[in-house]
Design a binder for this molecule. Structure first.
Ligand code: DCS
Length: 285
């Protein structure tokens, strides 16, 4: 497998990451996942903007401009040649010796970046049948807006949901639903869509930006306000969104059906509009 390692495209066997890398030692880094459809890096600009915003939040100075990085990613995608996949990239604060918790001074260390592309097909069966959710307490930290590589909170939640026989965790903090373990979460009640507002309690999803646009185009009212788990349990429809899951119906929570236990009408409308938007972008390429 080919890896983009800092400025070089190399075979994975050539990559050397220091055991003192702050990503490895402290989880001190951020990452992004971009879906590639027919060779198109979908919503690349928005993903890069979030990456730069997150870098700033962890006081990490990226050693290239967005334009330079974008060019590098395109060159990498071309060389790898996977037309439908997931592009992952992560950057850490690099190696600072001796080991010390505080952030290193930018001029003393070099951030370390790697990227890889994995072939992926769309989760068609789940998209048409929907998945099962289970409520799990949201015990993550209070910087969920940072796309941190420290994912233990999310992993523990997903694991707990799966141990209970569900596909994904629906996270609940102080009685209010925040998001799913690696997706934003939405419900529909009486024709209105609800989702948690952006802020420090959730990751501001790039798919969320697109779904906002699509709801507007379809003339469906969207309210961004926190809702309780009881309101969600009583909703007509539920779905989650992410670059990988797209618009994914959630048909039951804690074993209780949402609506009639099949993907809802508005969810299906948004799914279709999402695919149409991708196809349009691919054609424009
Ligand atoms: N919330 C969390 C906690 C996430 O990890 C993600 C993305 C989202 C919301 C949705 O964001 P996007 O719409 O920008 O994808 N998680 C990525 C991941 O780690 N795997 O799949 C997508």
């Amino acid at each position: 497998m080919k890896i983009l390692w800092n400025n070089k495209i190399v075979d994975e066997s050539e990559v050397k990451i220091d055991t003192e890398d702050r990503g490895y030692q402290f989880g001190d880094g951020i990452y992004e996942v971009i879906r590639i459809y027919d060779g198109l890096l979908y919503m690349e600009e928005e993903h890069l903007e979030r990456f730069w915003r997150c870098a700033e939040k962890i006081r990490l100075t990226l050693p290239f401009t967005k334009e330079e990085f974008s060019q590098r990613l395109h060159q990498f995608a071309e060389e790898v040649g996977i037309k439908n996949g997931r592009l992952y990239f992560q950057v850490t604060h690099g190696t600072s010796k001796p080991r010390f918790h505080a952030f290193p001074e930018p001029q003393k260390v070099m951030p370390v970046l790697t990227a890889d592309i994995q072939e992926t097909s769309r989760p068609l069966e789940k998209l048409s049948k929907g998945i099962k959710g289970g409520f799990v307490p949201d015990k993550r930290w209070l910087h969920c807006d940072i796309k941190s590589i420290s994912l233990l909170g999310n992993i523990l939640a997903l694991n707990e949901a799966q141990e209970n026989g569900y596909d994904d965790a629906i996270l609940v903090r102080d009685g209010f639903v925040t998001e799913a373990s690696s997706s934003n979460l939405w419900m529909v009640k009486d024709g209105v869509i609800y989702t948690h507002p952006d802020g420090e309690l959730i990751l501001p999803g790039i798919t969320k930006i697109k779904v906002r646009e699509l709801a507007k185009d379809l003339g469906i009212e969207l309210v961004e306000e926190p809702f309780t788990k009881e309101r969600l349990a009583d909703a007509d429809e539920c779905f989650k969104t992410s670059s990988v899951a797209e618009v994914m119906p959630i048909i039951s929570i804690d074993g209780k059906n949402i609506g009639d236990g099949t993907p809802g009408t508005i969810t299906k409308q948004l799914q279709a509009a999402y695919i149409e938007a991708i196809e349009k972008s691919v054609k424009k390429m």
